[in-house]
Ligand binder design. Structure first.
Ligand SMILES: Cc1cc2nc3c(=O)[nH]c(=O)nc-3n(C[C@H](O)[C@H](O)[C@H](O)COP(=O)(O)OP(=O)(O)OC[C@H]3O[C@@H](n4cnc5c(N)ncnc54)[C@H](O)[C@@H]3O)c2cc1C
Length: 455
C-alpha cells in the first residue's frame, strides 16, 4: 500500500505511487517521441477505488491527471506536466467471457482480450489494426480497423463502461443507463472520465481468412475498386494504400480479406470486375489472429532497422468520397520520399459511413468516406526533421478540413480549443455539458487541448 502526495493524510491505495526519475521519465514518453511532459508522480492503480482516490487527490491539489494505457499516442496526449499519471497497466484482467460479451479492465491490451476470446471462437467486432493498444486508450479515440464498414469502430461495440469521473465518482454507463455520459466517454478524448472497465460485444470469429493483396497502376483505379467493393460489400476487410515504390514514385495496393467460416468462397466471383494488375495479385490463407496481428511484421522490421524508437509524426484523418481523389492526389504530388520514410504509407481506405454510430467520432457527411492517413515512419531521429513533419501535418490537416474532411484524433500536430470546438461541431455542446457535470475542475487529460490551452 502507498499514498499520493505529501499531505499528512493521503488516501491509502491498493496499488502503488512512484516519484522516482525512471517512472516519471517513462510516463513522459510515447510512440510519437515528439512531446515530453514529465509528471510529478505516477500512480499504478490496482482497483477503480484507487483510480477514484488518485483523481480526487489530484483535484484537491489543483493538479491534472491523465490515464496511460500503452503510450501509443503520437503527440503527448497521455502526458501531464507536473500532474499525476495513472498508469493503467495493473488493471488488465480479462473477466467473464460469455457467448455475446466480454468484460475487461481498461488496461488490458486487445491482444490479451483476443487471447481469452479466440479459444472460444469469439472476437470483439470493430478492432483496430494493431493489437498492442489498451482497451481504454482505443475507446477514448474510437478504434478504426479494416472491418469498419462491416462492424463499425470499437466504440460502436461497447455495451457498458465503468468509469471514474473528474469528480472522482465511480459510475456505470451504457446506451440505457446514463447514455449522455456513455456518449461523452466513447471517443471523448478522456475529457470527462477515466475508463476502468468495459463490456465489449463478441461475435463468432473465423478460424482462418483468405487475403488478397492487389496492385494498381494508379490512385484513381484503386479508389474506383474500393467504391465498387463498398457498394457490393464483398469483403469483411478492405484497406487501400499508396506506398513508396522501390523504383521511385508510388505503388497502389488493396488489402482485402474474406472470412473463411462456411463453404470456401468463389474467388472468381469475389474478384470479378476489379481492375487490378491480376498477374501481381498475392492471395494467401492465414489464421484469423495472424491477419489481425499483421502489423507485427512491420514492427519487427522497424525494430530490426533500429527505426522503431524514432519520432512518428503521424497524421490520421477522414475525407469524403467527393474530395478523396483530389486530396490524395494533391498530397501525393507534395510528398517526398523522406516525408513518409521507406516503410511509411498513405492509407486511403473506404468507410461506409452508416456503419459508424459513435457520436463523437466525426466523419464527413458523404455516405462513403475514406480514412486518409500519413503513416510517417522516418528513417531518422533528427529532431528538426520531426518538427518539419509536425508543421507539415498541420498544413495537410487544414487542406483536408477545407475539403470537408475531419480529424481522427491520434495525429501529431497541435490543436487549439477553438479547433476542437469546430472539429466536434454539433456534438461539442453535449461534450461541454458532460465536462461541466463530470469534470468541472478540468482535472482530466490535459494532453488533448479541448477545454484548455496546451499544457
Ligand atoms: C503502431 C500503432 C498502430 C495503431 N493502429 C491503430 C489502428 O489500427 N486503429 C486505430 O484506431 N488507432 C490506431 N492507433 C492509434 C491508437 O489507437 C491511439 O493512439 C490510442 O489512443 C493508443 O492507445 P494506448 O493504449 O497506447 O493509449 P495511450 O497512448 O496510453 O493514451 C491515449 C489517450 O487515451 C487516454 N487514456 C488511456 N487509457 C485511458 C483510460 N483507461 N481511460 C480514459 N482515458 C485513457 C490517455 O490519457 C490519452 O489521452 C495506432 C497507434 C500505433 C502507435
Amino acid at each position: 500500500m502507498s499514498s499520493i502526495g505529501s499531505s499528512p493524510s493521503p488516501p491509502p491505495l491498493d496499488g502503488e505511487v512512484r516519484f522516482d526519475e525512471r517512472a516519471r521519465a517513462t510516463a513522459a514518453e510515447d510512440f510519437g517521441h515528439l512531446v515530453r511532459h514529465t509528471p510529478e508522480g505516477v500512480v499504478l492503480p490496482a482497483s477503480d477505488e484507487d483510480v477514484a482516490a488518485a483523481v480526487r487527490r489530484a483535484a484537491e491539489r489543483g493538479r491534472s491527471l491523465a490515464a496511460q494505457g500503452q503510450r501509443h499516442s503520437v503527440f503527448g496526449r497521455a502526458q501531464v506536466r507536473d500532474g499525476i499519471v495513472a498508469d493503467m497497466g495493473r488493471l488488465r484482467t480479462v473477466h467473464a467471457v460469455e457467448p455475446d460479451r466480454v468484460v475487461v479492465d481498461a488496461g488490458a491490451t486487445l491482444r490479451e482480450v483476443l487471447a481469452a476470446t479466440l479459444p472460444r471462437g469469439l472476437a470483439p467486432p470493430g478492432l483496430p489494426d494493431y493489437l498492442d493498444l489498451s482497451v481504454g486508450g482505443v475507446l477514448v479515440v474510437g478504434g478504426v480497423g479494416s472491418a469498419i464498414s462491416r462492424s463499425g469502430v470499437l466504440t460502436d461495440n461497447v455495451l457498458e463502461l465503468r468509469v471514474v469521473t473528474g469528480r472522482g465518482e465511480r459510475l456505470t454507463c451504457s446506451p440505457t443507463s446514463d447514455p449522455r455520459l456513455f456518449d461523452a466517454v466513447r471517443a471523448g478524448l478522456g475529457q470527462v472520465a477515466v475508463i476502468t472497465r468495459a463490456t465489449l460485444r463478441l461475435v463468432p470469429a473465423p478460424r482462418q481468412v483468405r487475403r488478397f493483396l492487389l496492385y494498381y497502376p494508379d490512385l484513381a483505379t484503386m479508389l474506383g475498386d474500393q467504391r465498387l467493393l463498398a457498394a457490393e460489400r464483398r469483403f469483411e476487410g478492405v484497406q487501400g494504400a499508396a506506398l513508396p515504390a522501390p523504383t521511385g514514385g508510388w505503388m497502389f495496393r488493396l488489402d482485402l480479406v474474406k472470412d473463411l467460416s462456411g463453404d470456401p468462397p468463389d474467388e472468381t466471383a469475389l474478384l470479378a470486375g476489379l481492375s487490378d494488375d491480376r498477374a501481381r495479385a498475392e492471395p494467401s490463407t492465414l489464421p484469423y489472429l495472424d491477419y489481425l496481428d499483421r502489423l507485427a511484421a512491420l514492427e519487427r522490421l522497424l525494430r530490426s532497422e533500429g527505426w522503431w524508437p524514432f519520432p512518428h509524426p503521424w497524421l490520421t484523418t477522414f475525407v469524403g468520397d467527393a474530395a478523396v481523389e483530389a486530396v490524395a492526389a494533391g498530397e501525393l504530388a507534395r510528398l517526398t520520399p523522406a516525408d513518409l520514410g521507406p516503410l511509411g504509407q498513405m492509407v486511403v481506405s473506404a468507410i461506409i459511413r452508416e456503419s459508424v454510430r459513435t457520436p463523437l467520432l466525426r466523419l464527413p457527411t458523404d455516405p462513403l468516406c475514406f480514412t486518409f492517413n500519413l503513416i510517417r515512419l522516418p528513417a531518422t531521429d533528427d529532431a528538426a526533421e520531426a518538427r518539419r513533419l509536425v508543421t507539415a501535418n498541420r498544413a495537410v490537416y487544414e487542406r483536408v478540413r477545407d475539403a470537408g474532411g475531419s480529424l481522427y484524433p491520434v495525429s501529431a500536430f497541435p490543436m487549439t480549443p477553438a479547433d476542437w470546438r469546430a472539429h466536434f461541431g454539433t456534438a461539442f455542446d453535449g461534450l461541454a455539458e458532460a465536462k461541466r457535470e463530470h469534470d468541472p475542475g478540468h482535472v482530466l487529460t490535459p494532453g488533448y487541448e479541448v477545454f484548455q490551452p496546451p499544457i
